[in-house]
Design a protein around this ligand. Sequence first.
Ligand code: UDP
Length: 410
Amino acid sequence: MGALSTPKLIGLDDYVPVVGQAEIDEMRAVAACLEGRTVKMVNSTAMGGGVAEILNRLVPLMADVGVPTRWDIITGGDDFFAVTKGFHNALHGAAYEPTPQAFEIFRACQQQNLASLRFEEDFVVIHDPQPIGLVEARDQKPAHWVWRCHIDVSRPHPEVWNFLVQYMKRYDAMMISSPSFTRALPIHQYLWYPSIDPLSQKNQELEPEFIRETLERFQINPKRRILTQVSRFDRLKDPLGVIKAYKLVRKYTDCQLVLAGGGAKDDPEGGQVLAEVQEAAGNDPDIHILDLPPWSALEINALQRASTIVLQKSLQEGFGLTVTEALWKKKPVVASAVGGIPLQVIHKLTGMLAHSVEGTAYQIRYLLSHPAIAQRLGEMGHEHVKENFLVTRNLKRYLLLFLALSGAAR
Ligand code: UDP
């Protein structure tokens, strides 16, 4: 047996065939103006969920372009992550009753992390509410601090929001994924699209043989139509609604359903939601519930590519990178018109939007019976992602933001 080959590190120049030489040259020129500057990114999990997915690809590219970037992850106990998951749901507008202890647990965990992290970089980007309180360290050095909010905060729980605003106000700016997430705040707010990496294992081209083997491994029939939703097992992703929509479709036409997901360290509800999903699926042999480990990027890629239609029936959504991933793979998408999804799925142009279980089932049936239209939507979706939601674009915007922040300071 031969030795395993070490995977090649991907650098900025590898993106030339995707976005063109001019785009890469421009990025290097901007990065040169930041010479000597350093960046820190902080979030709450290394794996699972969209934020980790973005940082895994963005951070090495920042370094490659000459802006050393350190990625730190806060630590916290189960009690802290139970509180932050409650905050997450509450910011998305879901029912939540915060207790005084919840705020105390949150504050205490910020202090613990403040004691163990050092902030020596010129630019600090804090992702999502979990580490928002680290901004208390900003007095240590005249750095620039921005808060990257990945969730829909257009109708937040007032008490949780007011609690977090005391931290938000101390940042230079907040970055949001959709214009509809704007809030009245005394700091700048930037519209900021998340991104996918076309060269990552999650999105790279795959050999048909690997796709076939993956389906075989999960006992999915490649000859029958496949509807897929990839998501953490989270109620806001509405996996039960997906099963209901599938059952409506199955009354009229043959298809299989794949619900592929896994956990994230900062999401303690996953196991319970998975059990609810398994119960709802019952003994239907055509519903494939796949509880995947965090190192399943190639398998998810294969499942998305093998799908006839990709679904994202979220009740609330930040941006929905799973939609971006599916569009990049030229897949017809049926998704809920929530959060940042309508920025990606332009109804009847780059996919189909729906507002209910019945609407989702209707759009699925429509696309299954109009394959030429479905294919066209996928092709348009790919172009839309290429234009707006690739990691190269995200990198360029970060570089320009840092340049603007440092210029403003001068
Ligand atoms: N994902 C994954 N494994 C899973 C579930 C999701 O790798 O079991 C990935 C998915 O492919 C996407 C990201 O996690 O890249 C989810 O991002 P999204 O914005 O859709 O949702 P979030 O989980 O951040 O709410």
